[in-house]
Design a protein around this ligand. Structure first.
Ligand SMILES: *Cc1c(COP(=O)(O)O)cnc(C)c1O
Length: 384
């Protein structure tokens, strides 16, 4: 291995998460696994592989490039759905490959119809409606014109879905806003029903909505963060804690472990400053170990004198500032440490664990951000 660190993805943890989520979702609702942001930093190719091994056949991406990556590795002709960005130039390829995509404005819908006409292949569209997120989606006032356009072009369109997205289902402070969104979505649905416009599936729920608002589950849910083993927020977990089975209070398992090895060790005398500047002065004679992971690898500078890693089954602190490519850690109290020893930056070693949450709190990033900021060039592989 030529890299300074690597990421392991646990397949058994993934299987547990999917089992738990399927129980939550129930048998009538389909599961789409969200793999945007390079599968929340886990690697699209890794996740599609293990998800398909667990029977998942529907994937959601943000953009067209991600959707094509899913298609390229899918072994089961899974459905792929783009929830966000595509260029109109990409539409031909997407329609030809049968990739589903959101339409949330007339220009995209018209472009899709034009491409479908030209190719003689129906475009698989999901109509996104604006219910209160205020980012994308057809407005209530758009409905008549939208309905006409859909009805006039049914031979060129497969109406795969009617959908929306909630503005913060993971926090109870947004309760009223989310409830309003659910109501408006149902109003849209009823209105389209009255016009005899049928959508194959209604889908609105992300992880938090699935876990906290049962009536948002509908025909399909779009689950990201929970499938990777994280509660959307601490609050979501606390809210659900009582209702979790007594023998499974911790049903979501982290998939990711981030590991490196010791580059070298060094003796430091009491009173010496470690690393740049004077942020850390050795309070005693010390042994430090250099770990070749720094802010350039996604290990935040905020973790200077704050972060912790695992070496030899012990939690050891970062001493001094995080530099671009390395951190120093205090290994004075470890019995035997040498170059090449495993360092766990996120994950377990023996009976100790560095959680992403603790790591996130000390660097003030939420799980989502921390995961997706892990540089794409750190090698990732699937382990049991
Ligand atoms: C990211 C995203 C999801 C998944 O959200 P999680 O909180 O990770 O479950 C669902 N729907 C849309 C439109 C998204 O952008």
């Amino acid at each position: 291995m030529k890299h300074t660190s690597y990421i392991e993805i646990s397949k058994s943890a993934y299987t547990k998460n999917i089992e738990f989520l399927r129980k939550e979702i129930g048998p009538k609702t389909a599961l789409s696994v969200v793999v945007k942001g390079n599968a929340y930093g886990h690697g699209i190719e890794n996740i599609v592989q293990i998800a398909e091994e667990n029977g998942v056949r529907h994937f959601s991406t943000f953009s067209a490039d991600e959707a094509l990556r899913v298609c390229n590795v899918s072994k089961h002709h899974s459905e792929v759905m783009i929830m966000g960005m595509l260029h109109h130039d990409d539409l031909e390829e997407l329609v030809r490959k049968g990739i589903n995509f959101y339409v949330f404005e007339f220009a995209r819908l018209e472009a899709a119809i034009a491409v479908a006409k030209k190719l003689g292949i129906k475009a698989k569209v999901h109509v996104e409606v604006e219910t209160g997120f205020h980012r994308t989606g057809f407005e209530w006032e758009d409905r008549e014109w939208l309905a006409k356009l859909l009805q006039d072009n049914l031979e060129f369109l497969e109406l795969k879905g009617l959908c929306t997205h909630y503005a913060g289902a993971e926090s109870i402070s947004n309760y009223v806003r989310v409830r309003k969104q659910i109501k408006l979505f149902k109003k849209f649905k009823a209105w389209f029903d009255d016009q005899d416009i049928d959508f194959e599936k209604c889908h609105t729920a992300c992880s938090a909505a699935t876990l906290l608002y049962p009536d948002t589950k509908m025909d399909m849910v779009r689950i990201g963060i929970a499938s990777y083993g994280f509660w959307p927020t601490q609050e979501t977990y606390m809210y659900r804690f009582q209702s979790l089975p007594a023998n499974n209070k911790n049903p979501l398992r982290r998939l990711i472990s981030w590991k490196s090895t010791i580059m070298n060790t060094k003796a430091v005398k009491m009173g010496d400053f470690i690393g740049y500047g004077s942020s850390y002065m050795a309070p005693r004679d010390m042994t430090i170990a250099l770990v070749p992971v720094g802010y350039g690898h996604g290990y935040s500078r905020m973790l200077s004198n704050q972060g912790k890693v695992l070496i030899g089954g012990m939690i050891v602190p970062v001493v001094g500032t995080v530099t671009m490519n390395s951190v120093a850690v205090d290994v004075t109290d470890l019995e035997k440490v040498q170059q090449g020893d495993e360092v766990v930056i996120i994950g377990s070693q023996g009976d100790k664990e560095i959680t992403i949450a603790s790591f996130g709190e000390s660097s003030q990033q939420v799980n989502y951000e921390l995961l997706t900021r892990l540089p794409q060039d750190i090698p990732r592989w699937v382990v049991e």
